[in-house]
Design a protein around this ligand. Structure first.
Ligand SMILES: Cc1ncc(C[n+]2csc(CCOP(=O)(O)OP(=O)(O)O)c2C)c(N)n1
Length: 363
């Protein structure tokens, strides 16, 4: 759809998706670009902060900005999102405070946001668990009759994000089956970034991943995951279909993890350099910049975006360095909804242990 030269065209057989792009105006395009640039700047700054000891770990989304910003904007205002651990781009399209992501990676917050307020659920480190959580949630939406009423204030859909590696977990197959048999309003969004740490996608599947759902009755579509407009259109259409009662579907976004798996990984040990070069030539921001310049967008805009990125980075750094450790009792606060004697015992022990430092070395 979007060529490396920035020329945009919707093939005739995908005209129904093209309608979603026709509704967009230049302001929407600029918003997409701003957010892709913003999340990339955030990502690079967080990598630097981790290297300086401010976070235990950082998980980069470099190269996946179009898949995340495009799909994020395809999710409606009532819909719920169940991310994995790399979806910082989706998070900003729904107003999540970026500092709450840093708090998780710093280990001072167990979740960082309240799904009741944001509809963006907790990051899931245990692969594919969120896919089952999303399926259960979507089944509940169905049971509550919040699908296909035709009332846009009522109808809801659910989207879940997972990687190519996660598809090898039984959880994804179970989720596809439950979603299909209950006609759950759920979009499975697989970011196929070609690698699961050091395992290539060829070790996870021998057929394209978008076909994985067919045997379960979940139709799939493959999209250029480095094309923000295509990702937006495909997600928006499939979320509309789910909300309207047409059941689940699977989107495979073909993209590439340009950075390391996490700051604990060194991809030069297992990834061929020419593969990286191939994908860097298809960088989602560069492609979209070419598209915008064709629309007459000039240097002023790109300079403004770069300046905003510097300001964001400065703010993130200042807030991270100023971050205080939260009260110790937070660790125990959300284990159970009601008090539990074993949790109380553990809390008392930890408080005593911490207090022993004030008196000298712990015994
Ligand atoms: C159940 C489980 N098994 C193994 C791991 C260790 N692990 C963390 S990330 C990862 C690779 C995931 O790859 P993919 O699903 O493609 O997502 P990506 O990280 O590339 O976005 C593995 C094996 C885990 N977190 N959870």
């Amino acid at each position: 759809m979007l060529s490396p030269e920035g020329i945009f065209e919707v093939p005739a057989e995908y005209a129904e998706y093209g309608k979603y792009i026709e509704r967009l105006n230049l302001d929407d395009f600029l918003k997409f670009y701003r957010d892709m640039a913003r999340i990339r700047r955030f990502d690079n700054e967080c990598t630097a902060l981790q290297r300086q000891g401010q976070m235990g770990l950082w998980v980069q989304a470099l190269g996946q900005e179009a898949a995340q910003i495009g799909s994020g904007y395809g999710v409606g205002p009532n819909d719920h999102m169940f991310p994995s651990y790399r979806e910082h781009g989706v998070a900003i399209t729904h107003g999540i405070d970026l500092m709450s992501i840093i708090k998780i990676m710093r280990g001072v917050n167990h979740g960082g946001w309240n799904p009741e307020e944001t509809r963006f659920h907790l990051y899931a480190i245990v692969l594919a668990t969120q896919v089952l959580h999303a399926t259960g949630y979507a089944m509940g939406v169905n049971f509550d009759g919040l699908v296909g009423t035709g009332n846009p204030d009522v109808d809801q859909a659910v989207i879940t994000y997972f990687g190519d590696g996660a598809t090898a977990e039984g959880d994804v197959s179970e989720a596809l089956l439950f979603a299909a048999t209950t006609k759950a309003p759920l979009v499975f969004f697989c970011q196929n970034n070609q690698w699961a740490i050091s395992s290539p996608v060829s070790s996870q599947t021998v057929v394209p991943l978008y076909l994985r759902g067919e045997g379960f009755g979940v139709p799939g579509i493959q999209v250029d995951g480095n094309d923000v407009l295509a990702c937006y259109a495909v997600t928006a259409k499939h979320m509309d279909d789910a909300r309207n009662g047409l059941g689940p579907s699977l989107i495979e976004a073909l993209t590439y993890r340009v950075g390391a798996h996490t700051t604990s990984d060194d991809p030069t040990k297992y990834r061929p350099a020419d593969e990286l070069e191939y994908w860097q030539a298809r960088d989602p921001l560069l492609r979209f910049e070419k598209f915008l310049r064709r629309q007459g967008v000039g240097d002023d805009f790109f300079e403004e975006v770069a300046k905003a990125g510097d300001e964001l980075a400065e703010q993130i750094r200042a807030e991270t360095f100023a971050m205080q450790n939260p009260p110790l009792e937070n660790i125990f606060r959300h284990v159970y909804s009601d008090p539990h004697p074993m949790v109380a015992e553990q809390q008392a022990w930890l408080e005593g242990y911490e207090a022993s430092f004030e008196e000298g070395e712990p015994s």
